[in-house]
Design a protein around this ligand. Structure first.
Ligand SMILES: Cc1ncc(COP(=O)(O)O)c(C=O)c1O
Length: 396
């Protein structure tokens, strides 16, 4: 047996099951209209919900910082990697999220892994929603705490499970907006349970920041519950249009994480250029709340356009899942849409459960009504051609 055989066999298996993954190469910046493999495509798959990746103010400030500081940061945050530009971003995040302090990690993934590893250890309990993002799952595993999974957004189930672990220190963690279903955590009940049982509450605002709440401040603003969550985590890589992860909360939380979160301590800081882009992205969101309003209006319009064509679509967030079920069929719909100039990712196992493959529509504030109508029309046609019947997941 040759030493690479087992890898080849596994790749063949993935291919046979239509689960083999490949990267698509884009020849243009992230925007509502992109160039993919030499063809123009309407992009309905990007997490750049406010279409900020190429915003002129962001490019200008990042360019200025590049000229001033150069490309790299030269060290981890606790050695030589912290510049004035890093501090400016953390102050801006804290102001945006109405918190005492904030801390930036290199990615959202590293934020979740680092926060959970730091906040829970052997003997503690982490209560985690069954549909939480992979980075939360990996953070739970790394912490070595006892992991208790509760049914999706089911606060009665969560309470029962908390009661089964009386007197144990722990954390309740949930996506704010769920990344593959687009639904929103039941924050009022979750926060109430955390307070009642003396647990820390943590939400992941990756898909909520810049998207929900009247001014895009996320899940707490959506519910009118600002300050309710102990550990507010998010990413700068989605609506903010840049890169990096963050956590914000009390000064004591941030000081603790600076000293304990290994993914923060043992990695070179992001470049000042990325920090500058993120800071300006947040400033654009704060100065132009109409971008958030446009996105929210597009969500309503798109759901209406899909429903009128018999495709179930109910979402208050930029993520609208169109459940197909069968992996091969989901890939077929994606290919047919691409031929018609619409780029939408099919999401399959292991990102979602086997047999629940879907097209994950992601909207942008800059999509026009014309584009949204065109998308709905094309989607209805391609689903019909592929023999795919739309269905809603149980939880929605
Ligand atoms: C809910 C959620 N949390 C965390 C992450 C990780 O963030 P990042 O892409 O910045 O690493 C993502 C997305 O990739 C996500 O969807």
């Amino acid at each position: 047996m040759e030493k690479w055989d087992w890898m080849r066999e596994e790749l063949e298996r993935l291919n046979t099951e239509r689960l083999f993954r490949q990267m698509t190469v884009f020849d243009s910046p992230q925007a509502a209209l992109v160039e993919v493999e030499g063809r123009k495509q309407h992009l309905f798959s990007s997490n750049s919900y406010l279409d900020l990746c190429g915003h002129p103010e962001i490019k200008a400030y990042a360019g200025q910082v590049l000229a001033e500081y150069g490309a790299g940061s030269g060290g981890s945050r606790l050695t030589t990697g912290t510049t004035r530009i890093h501090m400016e971003l953390e102050e801006t995040i804290a102001r945006f999220k109405h918190r005492e302090a904030a801390l930036v990690f290199n990615t959202g993934y590293m934020a979740n892994v680092g926060i959970l590893q730091a906040l829970a250890g052997k003997g503690d309990v982490i209560y985690s929603d069954e549909l939480n993002h992979a980075s939360i799952i990996d953070g739970c595993r790394l912490s070595r705490a006892d992991l208790v999974i509760y049914r999706h957004n089911d606060m009665d189930d969560l309470e029962e499970k908390i009661k089964a672990h009386p007197g144990r220190r722990g954390v309740i963690v949930s996506d704010g907006v769920f990344s593959m279903d687009g639904d929103i955590v039941n924050l009022p009940r979750m926060a109430e349970l955390a307070d009642r049982y003396g647990l820390l509450s943590m939400i992941d605002e990756a898909h909520a920041t810049g998207v929900i709440g009247a001014t895009g401040r996320g899940t707490e603003e959506y519910y009118g519950m600002e300050g309710a969550v102990d550990v507010l985590m998010g990413t700068l890589s989605k609506a903010v249009g840049g890169e990096g992860g963050f956590v914000c909360g009390s000064r004591v939380l941030i000081d603790y994480l600076i000293n304990k979160a290994r993914s923060f301590i043992f990695s070179t800081a992001l470049s000042p250029v990325s920090m500058a882009a993120d800071t300006q992205g947040l400033r654009v969101i704060m100065n132009h709340p109409e971008r958030v309003k446009n996105l929210q209006e597009n969500i309503r319009y798109c759901c209406g356009a899909l429903e009128r064509r018999g495709i179930h679509a109910r979402s208050e967030t930029a993520i609208i899942p169109i459940i197909i079920g069968d992996e091969g069929r989901a890939m077929k719909v994606m290919e047919l849409l691409k031929e018609r100039g619409y780029y939408i990712s099919a999401i399959r196992y292991p990102t979602v459960a086997k047999g629940s493959a879907r097209l994950r529509l992601a909207l942008m504030s800059s999509h026009t009504h014309e584009e949204l109508d065109g998308l709905a029309e094309a989607l209805a046609e391609c689903m019909k051609l592929a023999g795919a019947t739309p269905d809603l997941p149980e939880s929605r």
